[in-house]
Write a protein that binds this ligand. Structure first.
Ligand SMILES: [Zn+2]
Length: 153
């Protein structure tokens, strides 16, 4: 099983776990962020099947983030039967949420564990990790909401 590298990047305004390369990219020396990323590394290192599943879900999710709006607009343009169109949009919305779920669960797990392992700094850490999770959530659920918005009913 491959180890997890930590790569320091001076001008990166954040830190994240790169699922594709199995490394942590660390741009700032915020202890809360580092604690969160260490939990990712720990979660992922323990189970290569889990790591592969996350990588695939992340990949599909990333494509979906880009494709959702044009797909929804194309469906509205080319499928004239509103009932059939709504069925397709509803299915795509559900699939989008399903594909985003593993990454969101992993983010929540890394944050929860980071808070648990650093009991003295919980409030401080939450100020950083709370908004970061909200961003993950917004980005993860955006395609699902786009497909929902495209429905006529
Ligand atoms: Zn994370």
């Amino acid at each position: 099983m491959a180890g997890v590298r930590v790569r320091l990047i001076p001008n990166l305004p954040n830190a994240f776990y790169n699922y594709d390369k199995g490394e942590i990219l660390l741009g700032i020396t915020n202890p809360a962020v580092l604690a969160h990323e260490i939990e990712h590394a720990d979660n992922i290192q323990q189970d290569s099947l889990y790591s592969n599943m996350l990588r695939i879900a992340e990949g599909v999710s990333r494509v979906n983030n880009v494709a959702a709006i044009p797909t929804m607009l194309a469906l509205r343009l080319f499928i004239n039967d509103p009932e059939r169109r709504d069925d397709i949009l509803k299915t795509l919305s559900g699939l989008s949420a399903a594909v985003a779920a593993p990454g969101l669960v992993e983010e929540a797990s890394a944050t929860t564990r980071a808070l648990k392992h650093n009991p003295g700094h919980r409030l401080e850490m939450l100020k950083t990790l709370g908004p970061a999770y909200m961003m993950h959530l917004a980005r993860g659920l955006a395609p699902s909401l786009v497909y929902q918005a495209g429905r006529s009913a």
